[in-house]
Design a protein. Structure first.
Length: 340
């Protein structure tokens, strides 16, 4: 029957799990969600579940199928930030293309990408990111038997030149550090630079995550909800201890507000601290640039790419290479070592 998709009985419980996980993903932490879903699975062993007679997915309910797709991503531990980006791009698409997902054609997608780029003057890299999101969504529909084909599979990849991400020079970094106005600014800069962590990861660090003996930090929920260990140098330890000694609060977070009521500060506040020093010095800097600087310095110091990949929390080594500045001298030296 055109206009709806009937779900096989054996898939009903799986659909129930997906919807439940999606509803819970915005209100509980990922590790709590996993425990809840495990408890639900155990509890359902002695029960049977059936769906309402009303079709789960209809052609007029495109947002519903988007929710199911996002739920599957939430179960796969995609971060809430990524989930919001996926939702934004998919909802924009279906608002601009008012058709059932079952009737979308490759030309619909091509026309949408063209019109979006024209209207927003978006970069080719961002447009390809939208294409990747749409392809992931329609491929999921295909693999879960909602569609007989993926209309995005025939849409060509949008070619673009990867943006060169420049790190700070050693002079810029030292000048930046020496122009901080308080111990919190200095501790934050030293911490970002020596660990190479993401701003969201830094915002989540608790004092209990720090092992002072090893000068290490346990990142409990990195990108993709992956856990890893990073390290900080002696210089950062001195700055951090000076900052912590100056605090008069009982907050458990590493970086906190300076006024009552004291609380752990988030990503935006951390970015604003770096921005203030950037404005003061005239040196363009932000948390991600300090992460690039950490990566480039590590490679120039002889750190193997595989080790750097683990410290940065990258799944693919190609991603790590994007973070590293390699000039002609680096390449020539590497060649000389291999073929001398």
């Amino acid at each position: 029957m055109k206009g709806c998709v009937f779900v096989n009985q054996e898939n009903v419980y799986e659909k129930f799990r997906i919807v439940l996980a999606m509803n819970l993903s915005g209100v509980v932490e990922p590790d709590q969600l996993t425990k809840i879903m495990e408890a639900v699975d155990v509890s359902m062993n002695d029960f049977e579940i059936s769906r309402k007679e009303t079709a789960i997915i209809t052609t007029t309910g495109t947002p519903e199928v988007v929710k199911l797709y996002l739920a599957s991503k939430a179960i796969a531990n995609l971060s809430m930030k990524s989930l919001r980006q996926y939702r934004y791009k998919l909802e924009n698409f279906f608002q601009a293309v008012p058709k059932s997902y079952m009737d979308i054609t490759p030309n619909d997608i091509r026309m949408y990408l063209y019109q979006y780029k024209t209207a927003h003057n978006s970069s080719d890299s961002y447009m390809d990111n939208i294409r990747i999101t749409l392809n992931s969504f329609f491929q999921w529909l295909l693999e879960n038997e909602y569609l007989p084909r993926n209309p995005c599979a025939k849409v060509d990849k949008i070619k673009y030149q990867p943006k060169h991400r420049k790190s700070m020079s050693s002079y810029e970094l030292e000048y930046f550090r020496w122009n901080t106005e308080n111990v919190r600014e200095k501790a934050l800069i030293d911490f970002f630079y020596s660990t190479g962590m993401r701003v969201g990861e830094c915002a989540a660090v608790q004092l209990t995550d720090i092992d002072w003996g090893n000068r290490s930090v346990l990142i409990r929920h990195g990108k993709g909800d992956k856990e890893r260990m990073v390290y900080f140098n002696a210089e950062a330890e001195v700055s951090l201890r000076e900052y912590l000694d100056s605090r008069a609060d009982d907050c458990t977070g590493l970086f906190v507000s300076v006024r009552r009521p004291f609380h752990q500060i988030g990503e935006h506040s951390l970015e604003q601290i770096i921005k203030k020093v950037s404005t003061r010095t005239g040196i363009e800097a932000y948390p991600h640039k300090l992460r690039h600087t950490f990566a480039t310095t590590s490679v120039h110091s002889g750190m193997p790419l595989e080790t750097l990949q683990q410290l940065l929390g990258h799944t693919k080594p190609e991603t790590t290479l994007i973070y590293v500045d390699q000039d002609r001298t680096d390449i020539q030296n590497a060649y000389s070592k291999a073929y001398a």
